[in-house]
Write a protein of this length. Sequence first.
Length: 276
Amino acid sequence: MAITAADVNKLRQITGSGMMDCKNALVETDGDFDMAIDVLRKKGQKVAAKRADRNANEGFVVAKSTDDNTYGAVIMLNCETDFVGKTADFIALANAIIDFAVANRILTIDQLKQSNLKGQSVEALLTEMTGKTGEKIELNQFAMMEKPFVSYYNHNGNRLATIVGFSKKVDNLQIIGHEIAMQIAAMSPISVSENDVPKDVIEHELEIARELVRNEGKPENMVEKIAQGKLNKFFKESTLIHQDFIRDNKKTVAQYMAETDKELNCEGFYRLQLGV
């Protein structure tokens, strides 16, 4: 496959790696971007966490919870342009949909699309909005949680929102929950703890680490130990309870929760962001 300058620049935007490194990685993988990213990682090259090649769908992301905080939901309503995503009618529709979902404790996106809102199904309202705007309007994502306590956070501009569930109700959980929902928005963890990370992700990270260690010339008998250390660093950076707390990086999120109640646990979260 012929590698073009546009291909090289695209990979450079994705990874932050040098032009020649990107070109060589694409040549080595016959133009496969995912494989090229792994090649760069194995060689220790800089790879950005976000992939810039993904088209950033526009729209509105919003999360809410019931008044008693035992149910929370988050939706992503998509359109084609930022202009439509900021119109009052589009925002009103998104808010009407999330309000309905929360009030009725909706369980699935299909149930939500078929629900009757304002005398029509949600799906029909989306079609109606398509007719008004001339753009494709879709309810692309929906997630919900039912827990003893659910917090949520909507980032300014409504391009990003989170919900997070806790194992019990405790004093000050309104504040604590909001802080942790913000943590999830800011730091984008992949799971609550290392116990929730899929096995294939763990093995993939170990494979990258082993290759990197070998490329650094470390003795073979040290490879597994050093790779495990790199995996532990991955867990520290990528799992919620082990991350440094954004308000005070001298403590972890787990330590922050334990200050209020040592038995308080996070039982899951969802993070929706436009373009991701």
